[in-house]
Design a protein around this ligand. Structure first.
Ligand code: HEM
Ligand SMILES: *[C@@H]1O[C@H](CO)[C@@H](O)[C@H](O)[C@H]1NC(C)=O
Ligand SMILES: *[C@@H]1O[C@H](CO)[C@@H](O)[C@H](O)[C@H]1NC(C)=O
Length: 326
């Protein structure tokens, strides 16, 4: 009798201690965790890695396109896979929003990853989480840092074109607009500079850098001249012609984006705004000198970006097909 009372108050103590731990976990990590699928889908990471590796082997730029998908998902009502929903006659999603239309790409690769993962662990892994893992693998494959990816996000049942129009920063933005669009999702100026380092890979369309190379003065003459070839100074002419965001090494995830900025070789107006006499200059200088400082801060900041407003618990769903709600 005495021993059973003792053991029941002991288990109550254990239970309340466990509750405290759960509460601490919930409040500090937005309920995401590193081992979320370790039992339910132990082959998740190698499965994703295989498909992403094959896609980047076919086309190196795909790594850049896939990293960008995670950014454009997270900035619009959180990392909830909303970007991946296709428009239908009765539903308008985010794919045709101004920052995305004719620009974001890589959805077929996401589909391939999703079907491979559904093949090994059906109904378990969200599309929102797949975007986070795909982004990490893309960075690693192109020579950037590895980081542990926090998981446990669920998928949205809706999307918002209006929010995508508003929340994703524009290439014409000045520094104060960039700072406020990052602040709106809980990210600071150091996060802004570190995450903009995503532009160490990938391409931009002429329409997004035309005004800069023809009309701006805080630009290296050689870069401006080089980019005018293939990007005529007339709106609507060859708008979709492509040029690398990183003048030097567009398929290597290195820190040369920042030395470009110091040399006034940012391709987009928004890139050069980060090194233009303002409060972000010191971070640009730091990352231009130190690849390790850049890598460490990029990892910290992309982890914080991945924490933006995840759907957890009974919110959202685990989509079977990333392009439509269940
Ligand atoms: C700071 C605000 C940002 C602005 C204004 C911006 C804007 C742009 C623009 C205009 C393009 C070219 C799109 C096109 O011409 O079709 C682009 C491409 C790209 N962006 Fe950003 N971006 C920003 C931040 C980021 C962040 C935080 C990341 C990821 C961490 C990122 C990753 C990329 C990548 C990888 C590409 C190349 C995509 C490809 O080649 O398919 N960007 N961005
Ligand atoms: C988003 O922007 C596009 C292009 O400017 C526009 O056509 C569309 O109506 C906007 N959507 C919403 C919901 O504001
Ligand atoms: C350069 O600026 C002028 C004046 O704002 C504008 O009319 C012209 O279209 C711009 N040129 C390009 C190539 O953007």
């Amino acid at each position: 009798m005495a021993s059973s009372t003792a053991s029941s108050s002991f288990s109550k103590a254990v239970l309340s201690f466990a509750c405290v731990l759960v509460l601490i976990g919930a409040s500090t990590s937005a309920q995401l965790s590193l081992d979320y699928y370790s039992r339910s889908c132990p082959v998740l990471f190698p499965t994703v890695r295989l498909i992403v590796g094959a896609a980047i082997a076919r086309e190196a730029r795909m790594g850049a396109s896939l990293l960008r998908l995670f950014f454009h998902d997270c900035f619009v009502n959180g990392c909830d896979g909303s970007l991946l929903l296709d428009d239908t006659p009765t539903f308008t999603g985010e794919k045709n929003a101004a920052p995305n239309v004719n620009s974001v790409r890589g959805f077929e690769v996401v589909d391939q990853v999703k079907s491979a993962v559904e093949g090994v662990c059906p109904g378990i892994v969200s599309c929102a989480d797949l975007l986070a893992i795909i982004a990490r693998d893309s960075v690693v494959i192109l020579g950037g840092p590895w980081w542990p990816v926090k998981l446990g996000r669920r998928d949205a049942r809706s999307a918002s074109q209006a929010a995508a129009n508003e929340s994703i920063p524009r290439p014409t933005s000045d520094l104060n607009e960039l700072i406020s669009s990052f602040r709106n999702v809980g990210l600071n100026i150091r996060d802004l500079v570190a995450l903009a380092g995503g532009h160490t890979i990938g391409l931009s369309r002429c329409t997004n850098f035309r005004d800069r190379v023809y009309n701006e003065t805080d630009i290296d003459v050689l870069l401006a001249q080089t980019r005018k070839f293939g990007c005529p100074g007339i709106d609507g002419v060859n708008d979709d012609n492509l040029a690398p965001l990183d003048f030097q090494t567009p398929i290597t995830f290195d820190h040369s984006y920042y030395s470009n900025l110091v040399q006034r070789r940012g391709l987009l107006h928004s890139d050069q705004q980060l090194f233009n006499g303002g409060p972000t200059d010191s971070f640009v200088r730091l990352y231009s000198r130190s690849p390790l400082a850049f890598q460490g801060d990029f990892v910290a900041s992309i982890t914080r970006m991945g924490d933006i407003k995840p759907l957890t618990g009974s919110n959202g769903e685990i989509r079977r097909n990333c392009r439509r709600v269940n």
